[in-house]
Design a protein around this ligand. Sequence first.
Ligand SMILES: Nc1ncnc2c1ncn2[C@@H]1O[C@H](COP(=O)(O)OP(=O)(O)OP(=O)(O)O)[C@@H](O)[C@H]1O
Length: 249
Amino acid sequence: MSDLVLETRGLKRNFGAFVATNDVSLKVERGARHALIGPNGAGKTTLINLLTGVIPPSEGQVFLEGDDITSLASFKRVKRGLTRTFQINQLFNGFTPLETVTLAIAERNGIGHNLWSSIAGYGQIVEEAAELLARFGLASIMGERTVILPYGKQRLLEIALAFASKPRVLLLDEPAAGVPEDERHEVLSIVSDLPKDVTVLLIEHDMDLVFSFASRISVLVAGAVFAEGSVSEISADARVKAVYLGENA
Ligand SMILES: Nc1ncnc2c1ncn2[C@@H]1O[C@H](COP(=O)(O)OP(=O)(O)OP(=O)(O)O)[C@@H](O)[C@H]1O
């Protein structure tokens, strides 16, 4: 049996005459720490949107654990273990991390609508939320209002929220974007240390972070897979370097 957890075959997405995703056949192995990199506008977010079902492809297919999910609604993909975070912070500022994650777990368990009416009865959920927050290095600040937390902690809380849905594949769109330099590695190393039965596909611009995090890297350029390989293969690839030098020139 194949050990691919997520796969695309000949995926294409046009916006009018513009081709944002061009014949992408991506293979993500179970347990991978897989990074998706590429210059601005290369189509990384579009590809994540296709994987999660936010937008439909113009052509091609998406497979989750061997099943064709190309036509499956987004929320059904989440139920099947495909979960994402967004580039933009989507937290409730007035809530504490403990309240936020407790709500997410209650929602997952199908009791989100009446959680507040009998909070005392939800001790087990609160306990699970506290354990989950500890895994993300958020135990000491779980009672603070989210709005006052350092940005790196807010991003970790977002990932903790996604993790609360018990994903098998976690799609992270620039989880360290906007996070100060000294907190960025903490974010990525916590993600890297998640249980290996959770596969992670990550978009990230910072090459140092990518090289310290990834077991596999796919490079997108102009909507197509330009290069693919291990960290040592991609970091030594002169064509990839040229793409990035070209961008930064
Ligand atoms: N809804 C849309 N309508 C038209 N064009 C779009 C749409 N969404 C994305 N595009 C275009 O598709 C291309 C790829 O965009 P996308 O956001 O996927 O790139 P990216 O690699 O994630 O870029 P960045 O690194 O800047 O986030 C861009 O040229 C963008 O303008």
